[in-house]
Design a protein around this ligand. Structure first.
Ligand code: ADP
Length: 312
């Protein structure tokens, strides 16, 4: 109930706020009955699209379980003391925060800044985790789901840095896809994912699809191993890595790689240039401009696992 959530979060104060997103604010809280630490996302119902986002999270996550999916524990809908509509989503708490803060620590305030950078192997493991859950959502769960907003701030890290994909506010159950409500959502909120990560076809009125997620995953890979945001000017604002042909990649790779992963613990005799080139090639093949040219998520996952086996 509203009262219980309010007590659990010790009121909604800035001291227990852990982040804010497009449709709401996230607080750290303890559920007294189980003494369990949770993250409570309180939706800002004034924002257009908040209701749709709440429903999309509930619908997408209600029947599915995967080790790399954030666990939605419950949803709460009520009227607060002032008679306002109140909605909250309660998730398992992820102690290592979002991947975004690990990739761009210089942009994070000191108290939230991770104490070290992620190694090459840790990044590869996170990429494999994310590819595995996307493959599950796209083909293996009872109803195909496109996440539609994959980006580092939506990847949360557990104690042991296991990745959990979160934020299903824009997700689409593809079998139930409703063109009209999708178009309404676009025109009322302008939401089509995030600039830099959203597939080019989304900007041209394209429908949500699993290929769109593959594109975002490709951008994510490029970001994780170069340390640059997709909008970084090094990439002309949209990862012109694409203009480096695959054959030129080995020569360029040391210039564009994230310098903090260069001491990497690879097996002796397995050069980092080769490892990074292979990973970035997967990124490029996922973020091809035309959806039909992109890898399937299952292929990307397989390639990343085989790179890990080869080099570590
Ligand atoms: P977005 O910014 O993508 O809209 P959210 O509203 O889902 O994302 O979350 C905002 C931020 O709150 C996240 O980037 C993350 O730092 C934090 N957060 C969200 N859920 C959790 C959780 N379950 N555990 C820990 N931190 C979380």
């Amino acid at each position: 109930s509203y009262g219980e959530i309010r007590n659990a979060t010790d009121g909604f104060s800035s001291s227990n706020m852990i982040g804010s997103g497009s449709f709401g604010t996230v607080f750290k809280a303890v559920l007294p009955a189980e003494n369990k630490v949770v993250a409570v996302k309180v939706l800002n119902m004034q924002r257009r699209g908040a209701m749709r986002s709440f429903m999309a999270e509930c619908e997408s996550l209600k029947d599915i379980r995967h080790r790399n999916l954030v666990k939605l524990l419950t949803a709460c809908s009520s009227i607060d003391f002032q008679g306002n509509e109140f909605r909250a989503l309660i998730y398992e708490f992820m102690p290592n925060g979002s991947l975004d803060t690990w990739l761009h620590p210089e942009e994070v305030e000191e108290i939230r800044r991770p104490s070290r950078t992620l190694t090459l192997l840790e990044r590869l493991n996170i990429a494999i985790d994310v590819s595995s859950v996307l493959d599950y959502l796209h083909v293996h769960c009872h109803e195909p789901i496109a996440h539609c907003d994959l980006k580092p701030s939506n990847i949360l890290l557990d104690d042991d840095l296991t990745a959990h994909v979160s934020d299903f506010g824009l997700a689409q159950l593809l079998l139930k896809f409703d063109q009209e409500s999708f178009l309404n959502q676009l025109s009322s909120t302008g939401v089509r994912g995030t600039v830099g990560y959203a597939a080019p076809e989304y900007g041209m009125g394209g429908q949500p699809s699993i290929h769109g997620d593959v594109y975002s995953f490709g951008v994510l890979l490029l970001e994780m191993f170069t340390g640059k945001r997709p909008t970084n000017e090094l990439f002309g604002g949209n990862f012109i890595l694409h203009s480096y042909t695959k054959s030129a990649l080995p020569e360029r790779v040391m210039d564009i790689a994230d310098k903090s992963i260069l001491h990497s613990g690879l097996r002796v005799g397995f050069p980092i240039v080769e490892c990074l080139t292979s990973v970035l090639e997967v990124g490029l093949r996922c973020s091809e401009e035309y959806p039909a040219n992109r890898l399937a998520m299952s292929e990307a996952a397989k390639e990343l696992i085989s790179i890990r086996e080869r080099f570590f």
